[in-house]
Design a binder for this molecule. Structure first.
Ligand SMILES: NC(=O)c1ccc[n+]([C@@H]2O[C@H](COP(=O)([O-])OP(=O)(O)OC[C@H]3O[C@@H](n4cnc5c(N)ncnc54)[C@H](O)[C@@H]3O)[C@@H](O)[C@H]2O)c1
Ligand SMILES: [Zn+2]
Length: 355
């Protein structure tokens, strides 16, 4: 049984919902922040909507799904596959879902990625929205329009970029989120602060995981600021030609480690961010790698690790961010300012060997 957070439970704050609309290249997305699932019926027509969720979320919040048409999937990355997509499509056909149907992904990143993908191909594309329920999905996976599935060992191999119609936040879901998933979410939050927001970085240094888990207003505001940071980066570069690459901070070594060791995504990118900060010191004269490591440790994330440098470099060479003999590497100029630097592979290999 997973550990759950048993501090003061978060509530729905009905009066404080904020609606913001963000424009992307060919669509706009409504963000309903600090709202709650009870507002969903005002956003979509219940009779023409199908909720897609997973067993963990459904079992922990069954009452909140009452009267909604639901498809409940098995939880976990191993189900983020075409077989699950086919299963969902069969169920949609059985439910007589048509072009007017809206799909709503209520879950972590696996559910939002699958929902966006199914909605993009079912009847050549129907409307979809998200209620992210993991911290990681709230600050990262639900934002930016990347939807898709894994194929064998290849993560996110098949998919499409298409924006949801809306994203609705409901902090109540976090009451059942396992501790490890809080840490995964905080790894991406620290990433956002490191590349974009020195003030948030400082706030994180002054506070702690316990502080955020117990305080409705703090976690709500932190989630909103993070969702907005990612949204703005994506708005500037929806199809990942430049600025969006900053979101890969910590993910180059991180992905290579995740492939080879038993690490969660958050742990892998925490180690990746630590080393990217050290590389930033070597290449750009970044002065504060110690501050990055200290913050990660404060949020129970790993930093320096003993790993097979040569093996990691071999995997890393195959990364999507490689362009011929150079690697686009995300580095820090200072806290709050990430930059993309092209590093020749030969130099990168030497640096990694020295780490
Ligand atoms: N599309 C994007 O831009 C993007 C960005 C980052 C990550 N992702 C994808 O997101 C996925 C990771 O997201 P994730 O960490 O949310 O994974 P996940 O969906 O697997 O959720 C993690 C675990 O937490 C459970 N869970 C979620 N919300 C819960 C809640 N409120 N209460 C209890 N349990 C809950 C899930 O059932 C699961 O077991 C990966 O597949 C990744 O590729 C996509
Ligand atoms: Zn990530």
């Amino acid at each position: 049984m997973a550990t759950t957070v048993s501090l003061r439970p978060l509530r729905e704050i009905k009066s404080e919902m904020r609606k913001l609309t963000y424009k992307f290249s060919n669509s706009s997305v409504d963000y309903f922040l600090a709202g709650g699932i009870s507002h969903l019926k005002e956003i979509v027509d219940k009779d023409n909507a199908v909720v897609i969720t997973d067993e963990n979320v459904y079992n922990a919040h069954t009452k909140r799904f009452k009267n909604w048409n639901c498809i409940v999937l098995k939880p976990g990355e191993e189900y983020k596959t075409q077989a699950t997509v086919d299963e969902v499509i069969d169920q949609l056909i059985e439910m007589e879902a048509d072009r007017k149907t809206t799909l709503i992904g209520v879950g972590g990143g696996v559910i939002t990625d699958i929902t966006g993908y199914v909605a993009s191909v079912y009847m050549r594309g129907i409307t979809f929205g998200f209620i992210p329920t993991s911290l990681l999905a709230m600050v990262d996976a639900s934002i930016g329009g990347k939807n898709g599935i894994d194929v064998g060992v290849y993560k996110n191999m098949v998919g499409i970029i298409r924006q949801p119609k809306f994203i609705l936040h409901d902090m109540v879901f976090l009451n059942s989120l396992p501790q490890q998933e809080w840490e995964n979410g905080f790894a991406e939050i620290i990433k956002h602060a490191a590349i974009k927001d020195a003030r948030m970085f400082k706030e994180l240094e002054e506070r702690s995981l316990k502080h955020y888990q117990g305080r409705q207003k703090s976690i709500c505001e932190l989630v909103q600021s993070n969702a907005i940071i990612k949204t703005k980066v994506v708005q500037n570069d929806e199809f990942e030609k430049g600025e969006r690459r900053l979101l890969n901070f910590g993910h180059t070594i991180g992905h290579a480690l995740e492939n080879q060791y038993e690490l969660s995504h958050g742990q892998a990118i925490a180690i990746g961010m630590t080393y990217a900060s050290v590389i930033s010191q070597k290449i750009l004269g970044f002065k504060e790698p110690g501050r990055v490591a200290a913050l990660l440790l404060k949020y129970d994330l790993p930093t320096f690790a003993d790993f097979d440098k040569q093996k990691v470099f071999e995997v890393l060479k195959m990364d999507k961010k490689r362009e011929r003999k150079e690697m686009n590497y995300v580095l820090l100029e200072k806290i709050g300012k990430g930059v993309v630097k092209s590093i020749p592979l030969k130099q990168l290999e030497e640096i990694i060997q020295e780490l």
